[in-house]
Design a protein around this ligand. Sequence first.
Ligand code: PMP
Length: 367
Amino acid sequence: MKRARNFNAGPAALPLEVLQRAQNEWLNIEDSGMSVMELSHRSAEFEKIHNHAIQTLKEIMEIPDNYEVLLLQGGASLQFSMIPMNILKDGKRADYVLTGSWSEKALKEAKKVGETAVVASSKDDTYTFIPKVTDIEMNEDAAYLHITSNNTIYGTQWKEFPETGSVPLVADMSSDILSRKIDVSKFGIIYAGAQKNLGPSGITVVIIRKDLITDNDKIPSMLNYSIHSKSNSLYNTPPTLAIYLLSLVLDWAKEQGGVEKLAQINEEKAKAIYDTIDNSNGFYKGHALSDSRSHMNVTFTLPTEEAEKQFLKEVKEAGFVGLNGHRSIGGCRASIYNAVPLSHCLELAAFMKKFQESYSAKETQAL
Ligand code: PMP
């Protein structure tokens, strides 16, 4: 079988080694005579897997001791509500930086819970850039400041994070967690749906500073950080298979040399495609301004709708999967998460060059 050259935005490519290990252990996990899906979530075997996932994430992200890792359900989307429900206290205001559709959605949910404000936005420029940290109208009394560290749809990424003093910085890192080194101590909460850099869909990682977890009986149990924290994220039945795969992906990330090494490879991967865009004499046009370019989602357009249609048709026929832009904005997008190998990015870059040559030659002939 030939592995697909998978550029899907999420669920996305998983490391082949992870899939092979899962296959080897499929019928018999930890010598239990059962598959991981058949284990009780209260069994010693599962608890070991669950705690291993949490420990490994703490280790590779160098998460300080005053933080907790929660493994929750409901996707990153449920965090849009859980965050304000848990940490937007009466009389306080939550501040949001808008850098794309996901930050808009996060804001929409927060508005239902309490007072909010938009303190910086690139919406008027179709989200082509990340606002400068110095342009954020910082409010020193805010309940928190929310950002989206990588904008999956528009292909922009924060390169430098705002200093927020005593205001907790909350970041949706769904599409770039584990892709580069992050100083966790700068954040109050980091959250991410797993289905891009961490594993399959169905599990959401929440890294939360312990002082932000407070008891509040008014919040429904399943939406309450304190309840999940007290039960080590085993308040109810967790998605055991997804947690197991998360633990394998984290082992894999560690074996690759950790986040620093992954960041180095990701930079090389992104450079191969961005260089192709920059050297195409305007045939390919990147959506993001260069200083805001994402190393995870490369978004670009072609000179005409017809050229774009032809490109998407031919790239698919050539065995590249998932190059269509998000349905809300169209265009093309290559999602190059940790598990996408450098070789696939180089092959895509080569395909793009070849397509440009043949398309331009046909155009010239037609004149
Ligand atoms: N935030 C970002 C940055 C995303 O890319 C996505 C999904 N693509 C979400 C949030 C929503 O995640 P989920 O589908 O896990 O709720």
